[in-house]
Design a protein around this ligand. Structure first.
Ligand SMILES: [Zn+2]
Ligand SMILES: [Zn+2]
Length: 404
């Protein structure tokens, strides 16, 4: 994802910038405009009364290099814009993506970098053109904070697939207009987000329970809904960690017969309690043999390289298999002989759009579906990351941001 840095916000505000090249072509013109605006900005004045008053102080836990070790850091966020919402963060979930990204396992990163994209909190202030939210509202912010808003995919609520490559991810996303040069995430006391990307959290849902749903929840809900999972369908869930345990609960809530596949035997009783009818402990691919072609659909959350071909054989002919776990460098091994056995439709999926993210939150609130969480303090986060990698998390760590 570190590669996806096509255009800056200066470029967005011109309503242009479909590519980096185009941005560079008009950068000179924008630069001249900024120079003209300079003296007014220096006096704290602005052409627009809605312009922000100044940069916003923040502090959080950042990695300084690809060791991924987090430590306290004070930094600035940009000033509030007219369509921004400033959120005082209360909780932030720990996603395996945070670890991959901050350890440089998805590509080169810029540091210091604050991770975190399962954010819930309370609206602190809003820009002059924001009408949907007001200070005091309970809200969430997931893995995106902005996109072009103009392309067909953005207009259709598929902001994660912005055709102009302007999906702005919540942390580590290059943006020269920001004080730190990249977006900074939710292991921090506050976050700025465009109003369209703010999710409302229903009163009946605790903020700490809602946090993991903003990534783990939507990432599994979206493909399950795409498959129109219904009562009686045989649904496989591979990898029962932060994402997988939510996938089991969601699929079971739709009446599906859930078959879970885990490499961690001590999780078996938990997984049954989440709603799985059958739990298979997989030590070698041979353990998959008895389940060949038995599923209507399968979703895999495994976040490391593994042979996806063996697991694809679990699905009946012409069924679908979705990979949502994001391994190091995005690399998976595929045993093609196995892939062809059932002509399975293999697809990859990344989070979900904003309307669907609101949908999963509302669905979980209505149906009392909650992730199994363990609240930690900010200074416990390094240990929590190691526990996630060692498959010891049960099942999602959530940071109490008041400890920062
Ligand atoms: Zn777009
Ligand atoms: Zn995530």
């Amino acid at each position: 994802m570190g590669l996806i840095g096509m255009c800056t916000e200066k470029c967005d505000s011109q309503g242009e910038g479909t590519s980096r090249r185009r941005f560079l072509q008009h950068a000179g013109v924008v630069g001249a405009g900024l120079m003209l605006a300079g003296p007014m900005s220096a006096l704290g004045l602005s052409n627009q009364s809605t312009e922000p008053r100044g940069k916003i102080a923040s502090r959080g836990y950042a990695a300084r290099n690809n060791s991924g070790v987090l430590s306290p850091w004070e930094f600035q966020r940009r000033a509030l814009r007219e369509d921004d919402v400033l959120v005082d963060i209360k909780y932030c979930g720990v996603c395996h993506s945070d670890i991959h990204k901050l350890r440089g396992e998805w590509g080169e990163e810029k540091y210091p970098q604050v991770p975190g994209h399962e954010i819930t909190g309370i609206v602190a202030s809003v820009g002059s053109k924001v009408t949907k939210f007001k200070p005091g509202d309970r809200v969430g912010v997931g893995p995106m904070v902005d996109s072009c808003g103009q392309c067909d995919n953005c207009k259709n609520g598929l902001e994660q697939h912005c055709q102009r490559w302007q999906t702005k991810f919540t942390y580590g996303f290059p943006d020269d207009s920001l004080p730190t040069g990249i977006t900074q995430g939710g292991y921090s006391i506050n976050v700025l987000v465009k109003d369209r990307f703010v999710i409302r959290i229903p009163d009946r849902m605790r903020l700490q329970d809602a946090a993991p749903l903003l990534c783990a929840g939507i990432t599994t809900y979206s493909p399950l809904m795409r498959e129109s999972i219904k009562e009686g369908d045989k649904v496989g869930v591979v990898g029962i960690g932060g994402l997988g345990h939510v996938a089991v609960k969601l699929a079971a809530s739709k009446g599906a017969e859930v078959h879970a596949f885990t490499s961690t035997e001590p999780k078996v009783d938990d997984i049954r309690a989440f709603g799985a009818k059958n739990v298979v402990v997989v030590r070698t691919p041979r353990d998959l043999g008895p389940h060949f072609g038995s599923l209507d659909y399968c979703i895999s959350t495994i976040p490391v390289d593994y042979n996806i071909g063996y697991y694809a054989t679990l699905v009946r002919p012409f069924g679908s298999f979705t990979q949502v776990g994001m391994p190091k460098e995005g690399k998976l091994t595929l045993q093609h002989f196995m892939m062809t056995r059932n002509r399975v439709n293999l697809n990859g999926s990344m989070i979900g759009g904003i309307p669907e993210t609101q949908e999963v939150i509302d669905y979980c609130a209505r149906n009392n579906i909650k992730p199994d969480i363990e609240i930690i303090s900010a200074e416990q986060t390094n240990d929590a990351w190691n526990a996630v990698v060692d498959k010891k998390a049960r099942y999602r760590y959530v940071i109490d941001i008041s400890t920062i």
